[in-house]
Design a protein around this ligand. Structure first.
Ligand SMILES: Cc1ncc(COP(=O)(O)O)c(C=O)c1O
Length: 477
């Protein structure tokens, strides 16, 4: 591709993107393709000859586009939002063009150093001290994996060298988290050979917060049985209910029993950028590690997860393994980020943060997040005052959990039936997409706000669609 062709194609793609955002609300949020439908439309043989980008774009529109669930659609109100702002999109363009690999400092000093600078910015914005050192991984799941690996390394059980299999000198290790902790805690336990059943799920109170009395009882009982409790994961902004575990109390228990404290603030951590939300960071200083995902609520294109730890040297001793061909003269002076994790190769993710924070400014980011929280609270008030809806959890952030209610519903099964029907009616509108969770076998509907592209009118539209769906549901039954 020569320069003029590259320029032409780059403009075509830019125009495509601009047009996409102009028309995005015309598309149904959720893809309605059937399983395998897209695969069947595509050639099973790779093209032998070169095809122009314009041809590929035509096929993209004809065959691939229908398989898109539009995460950037302002009606996307499911799970937790992950949206990309203009600055993030442009940064990704540069990242792909440069294609840097910051596996070690020398292979592109800017990758390591901008990561350090942008993490420092993020700590300042959120209010986290410099006692924490940070690194960017792809996802929160991987950040939590590194936290648990570090916690295990700190036990000095020689697992790094000797492994766990065939050893009868090792105690059974156990991890603690609330029943609402993200599944990545269990997945990490599986991957680290700790075992899923040794992740103790602690019950929560009526506000969906971890019950610290039960946590204490479980830890004591496990010690008594010869196990080695070694880590607690507290969540600030749980996936199902966006609830907040009592971090300060949990940290006292961690201190008492010498346990690693990891905070999963993947979704909600960025809320603390707002002065009025700083209260959520109470007790964070006592943690050993934490994770915050800019790719959730800070408008950063997938992927970007910040892992912070006070135990940088433990992380290094868990993962550093330097082959001769990667040794450099600067090794004693710099951080080679391959030493702090499983992966060798490293994308230039910090450039996205640098572009986004630079372009929006802290004030711009604050304004977006503040609006989301305000709109969520207004939506929650609407739910609370609605005769057919009930608010299920406190709204600290931008996620609202609710249920359909009616005097005629007399069992959990009936409640689940009507709530599922309501969910399907809402999502079949194509204009918004909300998700669900379950608590004590009861289906709960979740609406989350947090998109870069959302305005208050979109929340009004969501209310209208929910109202119309309730009317349809009650008329038909
Ligand atoms: C609280 C929490 N932690 C961790 C994760 C996992 O995030 P990721 O997709 O970055 O691994 C999620 C995902 O929604 C989450 O809600």
């Amino acid at each position: 591709m020569d320069n003029s062709e590259f320029r032409k194609n780059q403009r075509i793609i830019s125009d495509w993107i601009i047009n996409y955002f102009k028309k995005i609300e015309q598309y149904p949020v959720l893809s309605s393709t059937e399983p395998s439908e897209i695969k069947k439309l595509l050639n099973s043989e790779p093209p032998a000859e070169s095809r122009p980008i314009q041809d590929l774009l035509k096929d993209f529109d004809s065959f691939l586009f229908k398989g898109i669930t539009h995460w950037n659609h302002p009606g996307f109100m499911a799970y937790f939002n992950s949206t990309s702002c203009e600055a993030g999109i442009l940064a990704e363009f540069l990242i792909a063009a440069l294609n840097l690999n910051g596996m070690i400092w020398k292979t592109s000093p800017v990758v390591t150093e901008l990561e350090e600078v942008t993490i420092k910015w993020m700590k300042k914005m959120i209010g986290i001290s410099d006692n924490f050192w940070g690194i960017i991984y792809d996802t929160a799941s991987i950040s939590t994996f590194h936290a648990l690996a570090s916690a295990r390394e700190q036990l000095n059980l020689e697992i790094r060298d000797k492994g766990t299999s065939g050893r009868n000198d090792l105690p059974k290790l156990s991890i603690y988290c609330s029943e609402h902790a993200h599944s990545s805690v269990e997945k990490s336990a599986i991957a680290l050979g700790i075992g899923q059943e040794n992740v103790r799920k602690i019950n929560t109170n009526y506000k969906f917060e971890m019950d610290t009395e039960q946590l204490r009882t479980q830890i004591l009982s496990d010690f008594k049985q010869g196990m080695r409790p070694f880590c607690v994961v507290a969540t600030v902004g749980t996936t199902s209910f966006a609830s907040i575990d009592p971090v300060e109390k949990i940290s006292e228990l961690c201190k008492e029993f010498d346990l690693w404290l990891h905070i999963d603030a993947a979704y909600a951590g960025v809320a603390a950028i707002l002065p009025e939300m700083k209260w959520i960071t109470k007790g964070w200083e006592n943690a050993d590690s934490m994770v915050i995902n800019p790719h959730k609520w800070m408008f950063t294109p997938m992927d970007c997860s910040i892992y912070l730890t006070k135990k940088k040297s433990v992380l290094k001793s868990a993962f550093s393994l330097i082959p001769e061909y990667l040794r450099t003269q600067e090794d004693d002076e710099v951080d080679n980020l391959m030493d702090y994790g499983l992966q060798l190769g490293r994308r230039f993710r910090a450039l996205k943060l640098w572009f986004i924070i630079g372009n929006l400014g802290v004030a711009g980011i604050e304004e977006k997040i503040r609006n989301h929280i305000t709109w969520a609270r207004k939506f929650a008030d609407w739910v609370s005052n609605h005769k057919n809806l009930i608010l299920i959890a406190p709204v600290h952030f931008s996620t609202v959990c609710f249920q359909f209610k009616s005097d005629s519903i007399s069992s959990v099964e009936e409640s689940n039936f009507y709530n599922q029907k309501l969910l399907d009616l809402i999502n079949s509108s194509g204009k918004i997409f909300i998700s669900h969770t379950k608590f004590k076998n009861q289906l709960v509907l979740r609406l989350t706000i947090g998109s870069y592209w959302q305005e208050e009118k979109h929340i009004e539209l969501a209310k209208k669609i929910i109202e119309e769906s309730i009317i349809k549901l009650t008329e038909n039954n």
